[in-house]
Design a protein around this ligand. Structure first.
Ligand code: PLP
Length: 761
């Protein structure tokens, strides 16, 4: 980009007031004095809010050779500087971008949506770059500032521009739309969650739609057709199925691919070329996680890869964040070669962080635990253990947390994989947020550890997995008519459990003009919950043989009594399953033969020799729980902390309803857990206990909503001390027994407000 403007012209474009005059030529724009290179003809925009206020860096910029300054308050600079005063320097920069953009009459494609923008932009660039000279948003420069900078990159040689736009607040899009003036639009979609600054999904969507109001056409997925129609926006709709004939690599999101192919076709790219290029599309999606850490820190956990571009992008993000002024960088360079290491360190030093640490031997440097009120970036490759280490810095909210030991979980997974034949697949059930272990950590962990399939109970659980980067096949146990749209859109695979259900689904698929959509059949063999009864099997087979709409991927059933020492009922179920299996195998042969599966965790332990078939479904066993736990490791611990210790006298009452009266002088501790956390009220008054410093402490009085009192007479206990609810002194099974229930219910009843922490010990 060379702007070739005189300072006088610049002043007019941004409607500024000259307060110091010394004409020169402007070719480039800078706003960060640390990144000023040798370019002489630069205009420095002193922006507020970035790192510190830009005004404090004017002198630095001057020392580096810059002579033109755009400021919001009059500042003193040497005589040979040209200083322009404006009300708002970001707005001024945007005015310049708008002016620059209007010099070009090329197609400008603007992309927005709540996810996938950068991926789509990079893929599009890749698909079109051999046919068009493209100006595009660098990295993810999609904010109010980023869009302006992106537009300023446009030059005469470009034949097409691709610009990303992102919003986080109401009314931000108007300015972006004005600057970009897109001729074409692309909408990637909205997640189920709306950004916190919007009152609801609809207003979030409507804000996005503003970008497209003047576009000739906007590329969208079919599922968004109605809001666009309502807003009178011309669309070109597409769907993953439309592009089914183009082979994909596993890691790519089908919706994003479809949108990219649709645009590429619009720009005249032939199918043969798309096929060739599709094989090379790589996953460019970021996997950054930002969360609140301890000591008021904000943590950016970006531990997926550590190539230079990705690092620079993460640093940009960190250093432009307004949330904390102190910036700390933590890298794990264990898997990086020496030469790259040097480049990386040099890059980080250029940003002059307030602290810079390298992680060695899988341990976080001690100093890191002393850091307060900083934004801390963690970056390493997915092979490093940084991602797990970071969890140690997580804010434990109200100091109650559940800890998941990933090493134990990994070992349990191996244990099951070794029990089954080598060619039998492993599906892991991750319903109910992976049995209460949190939304995404375990699914990603399983994906990285070579699991073949995931299973969920309901469609929205599958959608969450897809939106968060899970590309494994996903089996959905319960699907309803109103969820079919999402089933298709997110490539989920429904379990069909009745003739009516199969009819409805085939109908739906035919209406969508799709074929071979993967489905699974759930058979009734004795559980009597959901399932196709034996009498209906012949009819089902006939229906399936007649249709091209669906493809039968598996046939399964579920054991009702797998943990009973008396194996008779399970064997009866297995026998019945085998006879139906034979029926299917006679009708569906070769590549039409479906997978067969019936074993859950207990089933694998007891029947893997006779009934593993083509796949098994691991559930609670992953966490180490079963009737026979030999070979399994318990992976869950639950802790809270003491909030107050006090002495009480004989005769005093404790808690609601005065249900406990001290018979002697006592010392009690109030702990930060109550029935709202899943620590049930039935544990009140001596039924339950917890452990402090490995000593049993009995619950006295009634368990309250957020707090509980325990007896610590004769113990040396301080406020803040750790309290074990589940751990080495009280196992999950012990605890479940006190509640007269099973580990499944304990795990899934631990409230969302309790922090989940994942460790690898
Ligand atoms: C939950 C579930 C499983 C896993 O059961 P576990 O007892 O946790 O191993 C397997 N199959 C189906 C159909 C399920 O719903």
């Amino acid at each position: 980009m060379r702007l070739q403007l005189s300072t006088n012209e610049l002043t007019q474009i941004i409607n500024g007031k000259i307060i110091q005059l010394n004409e020169s030529l402007i070719d480039v724009v800078v706003y960060d004095s640390r990144k000023i290179g040798t370019n002489r003809n630069a205009a420095f925009f002193a922006l507020k809010g970035l790192h510190k206020h830009g005004h404090s860096f004017c002198q630095d910029a001057y020392d580096k050779g810059v002579r033109c300054f755009i400021v919001e308050i009059p500042i003193q600079l040497p005589e040979d500087a040209y200083v322009i005063l404006v009300d708002d320097s970001l707005y001024a920069l945007q005015e310049l971008a708008l002016h620059h953009r209007n010099k070009f009459s090329i197609p400008v494609l603007a992309i927005t949506g709540s996810f996938g923008k950068t991926t789509v932009k990079e893929w599009l660039y890749f698909l079109l770059k051999d046919n068009y000279k493209i100006g595009r948003t660098p990295k993810s420069f999609n904010s109010q500032l980023g869009v302006a900078l992106s537009l300023l990159e446009l030059s005469d040689e470009h034949e097409l521009a691709i610009i990303e736009a992102d919003i986080s607040e109401p009314n931000e899009m108007d300015r972006l739309e004005e600057m970009i003036s897109p001729t074409l639009g692309l909408f990637t979609g909205l997640g189920n969650h709306y950004a916190e600054n919007f009152s609801d999904q609809k207003s979030h969507l409507n804000e996005h739609l503003k970008l497209f109001k003047h576009c000739n056409f906007t590329f969208i997925l079919e599922s968004y057709a109605s809001p666009f129609r309502r807003n009178k926006i011309n669309t070109i709709t597409t769907s993953p199925q439309k592009w089914n004939n183009i082979p994909s690599i596993q890691d790519s999101f089908p919706e994003n691919r479809a949108l990219c192919f649709e645009v590429a076709a619009f720009f005249g790219i032939e199918e043969t070329e798309l096929i060739e290029k599709s094989a090379k599309l790589i996953s460019l999606s970021g996997r950054q996680e930002v969360f609140e850490g301890q000591n008021g820190n904000l943590i950016i956990n970006d531990t997926y890869n550590i190539d230079i571009d990705a690092l620079e992008q993460a640093l940009e993000y960190q250093f432009s964040s307004k949330e904390k002024s102190k910036k700390i960088v933590v890298l794990d360079l264990t898997h990086v070669n020496e030469k790259r290491k040097e480049e990386i360190i040099e890059l980080v030093n250029r940003y002059q962080p307030d602290g810079f640490f390298l992680v060695e031997n899988n341990t976080l440097p001690k100093e890191l635990f002393e850091v307060t009120n900083a934004i801390i970036l963690f970056k390493g490759s997915f092979r490093s253990s940084l991602s797990e280490l970071v969890q140690q810095l997580k804010n434990r909210k109200h100091e109650t947390w559940v800890e998941f030991d990933l090493r134990a979980i990994q070992q349990n997974l191996r244990y099951f994989q070794e029990l089954i034949p080598a060619n039998t697949k492993a599906l892991v059930m991750v319903k109910a947020s992976s049995y209460g272990s949190g939304d995404m950590k375990i699914p990603h962990f399983l994906q990285e550890n070579g699991v073949d399939y995931l299973g969920v109970a309901y469609t929205d659980e599958g959608v969450t997995l897809r939106e968060n980067g899970i590309h494994l096949p996903i089996l959905v146990m319960n699907t309803e008519l109103n969820a079919y749209e999402d089933i298709i859109r997110f490539q989920l695979e429904p379990a069909i459990y009745s003739i009516g259900h199969l009819e409805a689904f085939i109908d739906f698929i035919q209406q969508k003009e799709l074929t071979k959509f993967p489905i699974h059949l759930k058979l009734e063999t004795g559980m009597n919950r959901l399932g196709i009864s034996k009498d209906n099997v012949a009819k089902i087979i006939e229906m399936l043989r007649k249709t091209e709409a669906v493809h039968l991927k598996s046939v399964f059933s579920h054991l009702a009594d797998a943990d009973n020492n008396d194996q008779q009922y399970s064997l009866q179920q297995i026998n019945q399953f085998v006879s139906v299996k034979t029926e299917f195998e006679q009708q569906f042969t070769n590549d039409k033969r479906p997978l067969f599966h019936i074993l859950n965790s207990e089933g694998i332990i007891n029947f893997s020799k006779i009934a593993a078939f083509d796949m098994v479904r691991i559930g609670i066993g992953l966490f180490g729980f079963a009737s026979n736990t030999q070979g399994l490791m318990e992976s869950i611990k639950w802790f809270t902390t003491v909030s107050q210790v006090k002495n009480i006298s004989a005769g005093d009452f404790i808690g609601y309803g005065c249900s406990f009266q001290a018979q002697k002088d006592m010392k009690i501790a109030t702990i930060r857990i109550g029935y709202a956390d899943g620590f049930r009220r039935s544990l009140s008054n001596g039924v339950g206990k917890v452990f402090i410093h490995n000593n049993p402490c009995v619950i006295i009085g009634k368990v309250c909503m957020d707090m509980t009192m325990v007896d610590v007479t004769d113990l040396d206990i301080q406020e803040g001390d750790e309290v074990e609810i589940i751990g080495k002194n009280q196992t999950m099974s012990d605890f479940a027994r006190l509640l007269d229930t099973i580990p499944y219910e304990v795990m899934t009843s631990i409230n969302k407000r309790v922090a989940r922490i994942y460790v690898k010990r």
